[in-house]
Design a protein around this ligand. Sequence first.
Ligand code: IVH
Length: 734
Amino acid sequence: MPPAAPNPRDPEALTEEEAAAELADLAHRIAEANTAYHVHDAPIMTDAEYDALFRRNAALEARFPDLIRDDSPSKRVGDAPAAGFAKLRHGTPMLSLDNAFAPEDFAEFAARIRRFLGLSAEETLRFVAEPKIDGLSVNLTYDKGRFTKGATRGDGTTGEDITQNLLTLKSLPRRLKAPFPDSIEIRGEVFMTKRDFIAFRDEQARLAEERERRREAGERVGEAVRIPANPRNAAAGSLRQLDATITASRPLKLFAYAQGQSSEPVAETHSGYLDRLREWGFDVNPLSEPLPDEHAAEAFQARMAERRAGLDYDIDGVVYKLDRLDWQSRLGFVGRAPRWAIAWKFPAERAVTRLLRIDIQVGRTGALTPRAIMQPVNVGGVMVQHATLHNEDEVARKDARPGDTVELQRAGDVIPQIIRVVDPDRPGRADPWTPPTTCPECGSAAVRPEGEVVRRCTGGLICPAQQVERLIHFAARHAMDIEGLGIENVELLHRENLVRTPADIFRLKSHAETLRGWKGWGAAAKKGESRKVENLLKAIEDRRTPSLERFIFALGIRRIGAQNARLLARHYGTVEAWRDAMIAAQVIGSEALEDLNGIQGIGPAIAKELTAFFAEKGNRDALNDLLKEVSPEPAEAAATGALSGKSLVFTGSLETMTRQEAEARAESLGAKVVKSVSKRTDYVVIGADAGSKATKARELGLNTLTEAEWRALAGFPPAPAGPSGDTSGDTVVT
Ligand code: IVH
């Protein structure tokens, strides 16, 4: 749900009822946004939108103080802890900060401090300026100098116990360097650098695609993989893992910047406190700086805004804290925020530019992603000319068309997004964008299966964008199982242009000399590695006669996992029979298609993927080329067994065995069990209460068997005479 713009009406012009209704609405929307941000790590609005709602709420409350609600957002910070973690109460509440957006806001903040403390204009107000990192704030408790517990902010009073997770952070001191107070709470921000975030996000995206492919192939997959939208979400998601070993694998950093409860005073000024933090062993942001007076804030703000894009972590503003701690304690708090500190936010990183065209990127697994190419524009200090459009539904939703003026935003400082079209009513606009039906990389058909959001290239074996991924899959353990041909070597061989298609792997021996010349591969390799080339080539030779099911699986056709590959191998027996049947099955209504659809366990969606794969000449050519190098073994069941190669349909209820047992026996004897009756069906076993299939079988003059005849054919002993009338297919009567 896109958040609506805050109501622009002047609070003075509102009636009490109107204001009350709007405040209720704001409380609800802000609470939703809080939960999305703090509990689910999945923001539903931008910071700027959130701040606008917050300010609107404050403006209405200022005008109608009697209408301030118990659940007013101004009284709450963050949100409740998520389930799964123990709760930890903070020694002193972890509060939030009021925001400034302009020099006047800052001036008003300083003036308020003066008024409150009764200071004259001559008195100097010193502040410490600290970049405001967009991460996750944590509360760290040290008892007798030892780190004992750590918590998230949670709702400000109680957070989640993430002690174990925090222990995995390298920058978290386990022990404070002496001297230290008996007990102290130290607060700081956990974050991920932009560089680490990008690597992490790409890896997650790869894992998500891999999982998706396995899921579609009918394999078992673990939990969904989350692809974080920005470094903040990545840090939050990484820190709030119930399994701390996952946190340990994530590159998280910590800057300390504030204090909570302490058994004794540790400094007189905030800058002195930051020095203590450094002495104790914490990282303190090196850009933090004491300012000589309040007038220095504006220049510092400008300097940080300029440096922002070049920093390796996201900052969304600068926090200014009054340096004198005695003044801080006199000032105290109001509502959710201290009177002695303020967060001066940078303006939202937005810009307007022209959309030149929409390109398509093909991912390593064949997913087509639209990408906006724009007139380069400066967004918050970074030149931007590309933005992701995620998928074709999103393009339709935004209705972005070439030539449109679009508003851009850099979300979480890294990935630019198009927020909206500025001039949708412009005359002479281009037609709505339509997704391509062929892959821009290889020209194969690009199809979007019903009910899916992603369009994919069907040129699996020949599409350059997918080659590496396909090759990795082809050589992998459950596929062709070529030892020594893992991700790294496949990428290397592909990069060096020695292997482009699966068939190239088997021709690699003609490049043996080149391989031996590579650093670490040939004679000059370290001891133990010197046979690397020979070992690899031998591993390849050893795989020239894979089983048919491995071979089919290795081709990496969508939805054809190990299980489906086995069904196909058993049904068709030889690679030639399978290939020819798949080609024949292109024709709608063909017997080959009917036969394919009839295989137990192969549904129409799977049949579609198979026919789509074989519809591409490139794939057929690559397969035939591969078959010059490799000779898959015929599938076992088809080669032997009393019912070898026969197709068989069961209909009606069997009385002496379950359907499952009957099918398993038929398959073990080499038969293929199919669901529908056709001219090519060899046997139809007719049980009790059989319906239309039995009728059709008789009409076609097929071989029909009674249950007793089936038992005889399949080598079961004759059934003892049992009570009749039990027609349940699942009841076994022995
Ligand atoms: S001080 C009472 N200092 O901003 C003061 N906060 O809106 C509490 N933050 O929850 C916070 N950098 O997550 C402080 N140098 C900094 C900060 C900082 C980032 C975050 C923190 C806090 C939020 C307040």
